[in-house]
Write a protein that binds this ligand. Sequence first.
Ligand SMILES: Cc1cc2nc3c(=O)[nH]c(=O)nc-3n(C[C@H](O)[C@H](O)[C@H](O)COP(=O)(O)O)c2cc1C
Length: 159
Amino acid sequence: MSFDRRAFRNALGCFATGITVVTTANDAGEPFGLTANSFSSVSLDPPLVLFCLARSSNALDAFTASGRFAVNVLAETQRDLSVRFSTAIGDRWDGVEWEAWETGAPILKGCLASLDCTTEAVHDGGDHVILVGRVKRLSSLADGKPLLYYKGDYARVEE
Ligand SMILES: Cc1cc2nc3c(=O)[nH]c(=O)nc-3n(C[C@H](O)[C@H](O)[C@H](O)COP(=O)(O)O)c2cc1C
């Protein structure tokens, strides 16, 4: 390798992304979720999406065992949710408004878009696993701006 970890992260950080909170629920209905910017569309037909989950995640077993997940695309007004779901605090879900659609994975209120998925495949991805989801139900807002992530910091769409 001709580069170190810092250089790799710096290069990846040049790719601006949106931010999502990916969620699932275990058999008991207990919610799990974390902030993720590794979300990507995969296929239109069938409708497939993916995100990458660190093998070190506390929610790894919940995501791989449940067979379902939801992707909640954050609006620029939801930075607090991004911080909450990427930080070790007492209970991430305390005071968070959510509902269940078809799969039972938590759909957060007020997001720009939400995608309710069954897990189509789990692939090896080094220190992450790649979860591919088949979209079963979705919603998106016609208006509203996304929360962005760029070079390791939050950003907004300027107009
Ligand atoms: C903007 C942003 C994007 C992130 N994207 C991912 C991601 O795609 N996959 C991932 O596993 N962790 C990602 N993280 C880190 C997790 O949100 C963070 O490690 C979280 O505390 C994991 O919680 P858990 O161990 O309860 O799953 C991201 C964090 C931030 C702030």
